[in-house]
Write a protein that binds this ligand. Sequence first.
Ligand code: HEC
Length: 122
Amino acid sequence: MHSKYLFPLFLLALTMSPSCYYDVEEELYPSTECNTSGVTYTGVIAAVVQNSCISCHNQSVTNGGVNLDGYNNIKVVANNGRLLGAIRHDNGFAAMPQGQPQLPDCTIQKFEAWVNEGAPEN
Ligand code: HEC
């Protein structure tokens, strides 16, 4: 293919990528409102893990040796720092959820708030 077609193709791919729409939206409307008070395990954490993580981290599939099935298992990675390291994409941690866009900033802040509270079973 002639190289003059490559750049338009690249732009097209960029426009069609759903994750890019998402990124742009985040930049245009930075989320100033993120209520991290009263975050509970049952209200927030369990639902996010169920939707974004459980398929790869459960009793039978324990990628990275991590099982996120149920409070007791989640508490282990909350306490040893791997939970926040992974979802914040901190250096030295595998970036989660693997193969998917990073969780929204506000969701990450809620996880941080919950872990900082001592990751209670609430
Ligand atoms: C598509 C499968 C997949 C999904 C979805 C997924 N993970 Fe993972 N996870 C992996 C794999 C594979 C590893 C091991 C990666 C490695 O060691 O390089 C891993 C490793 C981890 C680790 C250990 C990280 C470290 O460096 O110590 C944590 C914690 C983790 N995942 C949490 C999560 C959380 C929380 C979610 C949901 C937000 C999630 N994962 C979603 C596949 C997945």
